[in-house]
Design a protein around this ligand. Structure first.
Ligand SMILES: *Cc1c(COP(=O)(O)O)cnc(C)c1O
Length: 385
């Protein structure tokens, strides 16, 4: 194609050109571990061994780099593997400033794996820039945040966090899993690294576990690529193929997730059995001004606080049918879950209480089914509470 592509075109075409040997329009699944060399050390392009590089993965990486407005991307075998690769940039004695309300598995890898290696993590409520400023020390090498956060959907000002990180000589990494590059582009707002669990919206069909890191800095990319190959948590070519098929509809899926979630949020916020909801696309959201500044729409995730406690939440979750009770999010099918018992069980109870992850908190991943069917399902289940 001549000239730069716009976002929707990039979803479908970036990183992919017809296969040079056959003209196949889709990048093939290069299901191979090794590549035949013409002469010792002389091989085609960068391909000598599939941990180091594989053409199906190369296409996915180029596609994701383009969607995030980066120059390079690296694909990993899971979202936590991309986080771990980022942490391998650090050494013993270094500190990370981390947002308080992170994905349970992110908290766990910091606490149970990297702390033992002498890398400390300071957790802060990043909706408070002053608190972040005071948490920074001369040992802080990385600021890691998720926005919107999981599961309380707080929205953190990426641009402001980038300024703070730069002032202290630290890198800013943003986990963009919830927003997706359709709604938010952290690199354009000053982040150095964007991380994804491509298991969620990027994959979108609940059939792949994967992760990715995107950068626009050559030096940083080279260091991360070295770690990707040295530590080795790479995805197989088949998973890369599935993710490439998924990104072709990412723009359509995410807009529909938003549309359905906006309607569900409006329904839930009026319902007498719901105490309150948190949805970035709703005017009532506490950081609504920041949402408007950095996201183009509210996303597909809604957090609702049911009146009552565990019994009411349990009853409700046993009664929904279209919404499947399951961990994970971001797929075409609607999912629902109870963070205190499910995804955030690895966060200690006192920490959960501090974060506001109460027993009445239910997290909705609104899928792309018919909106009225979704609302009917939730209405019927709430009636049974
Ligand atoms: C799921 C998730 C992760 C972890 O990704 P995996 O693919 O499960 O390893 C990290 N961050 C966020 C925001 C997530 O939702």
């Amino acid at each position: 194609m001549d000239g730069p592509m716009r976002f929707d075109t990039k979803c479908i075409h970036a990183g992919q050109s017809p296969d040079p040997s056959t003209g196949a329009i889709c990048t093939p699944v290069y299901q191979t571990s090794t590549y035949v060399q013409e002469s010792p050390g002389r091989f085609k392009g960068e391909y000598d061994y599939s941990r180091s590089a594989n053409p199906t993965r190369t296409a996915l990486e180029a596609n994701l780099a383009s969607l995030e407005g980066g120059s390079h991307a690296l694909a990993f075998s899971s979202g936590v593997a991309s986080l771990a690769a980022t942490l391998h940039l650090l050494k013993s004695g270094d500190n990370v400033v981390l947002c308080d309300d992170v994905y349970g598995g992110t908290y766990r890898v910091f606490k149970m794996v990297f702390e033992q290696l002498g890398i400390t993590a300071t957790r802060v409520d990043m909706t408070d820039a002053g608190a972040v400023e005071s948490a920074m020390t001369d040992k802080t090498k990385l600021v890691w945040l998720e926005t919107p956060t999981n599961p309380t959907l707080k929205v953190i000002d990426i641009e402001r966090m980038g300024q703070i990180a730069r002032t202290h000589g630290a890198l800013l990494a943003v986990d963009n899993t919830f927003a997706t590059p359709v709604l938010q582009n952290p690199l354009a707002l000053g982040a150095d690294i964007v991380s994804h669990s491509s298991t969620k919206y990027i994959g979108g069909h609940a059939d792949v576990v994967g992760g990715a890191l995107v950068t626009k800095d050559e030096g940083l990319h080279t260091r991360l690529k070295y770690i990707q190959n040295a530590v080795g948590a790479v995805p197989g070519p088949w998973d890369c193929f599935l993710l490439l098929r998924s990104t072709k509809t990412l723009h359509l899926r995410v807009q529909r997730h938003c549309e359905n979630a906006e309607k569900m949020a409006a329904f839930l916020s009026q319902h007498p059995k719901i105490e309150r909801i948190v949805y970035p696309g709703d005017e009532s959201h506490p950081q609504r001004e920041i949402v408007k500044k950095q996201m183009c729409r509210g996303g597909g995730m809604i957090t609702a606080f049911l009146k009552g406690g565990l019994d009411e939440a349990r009853r409700f979750l046993e009664q929904v049918h279209l919404f499947s009770l399951a961990e994970s999010l971001g797929g075409v099918e609607s999912l629902i879950e109870h963070p205190a018992i499910m995804t955030h069980a690895s966060v200690p109870a006192d920490e959960r209480a501090k974060l506001g992850i109460t027993d009445g908190l239910v997290r909705f991943s609104v899928g792309i089914e018919d909106t009225q069917d979704q609302i009917d399902d939730v209405e019927r289940a709430l009636a049974a509470v």
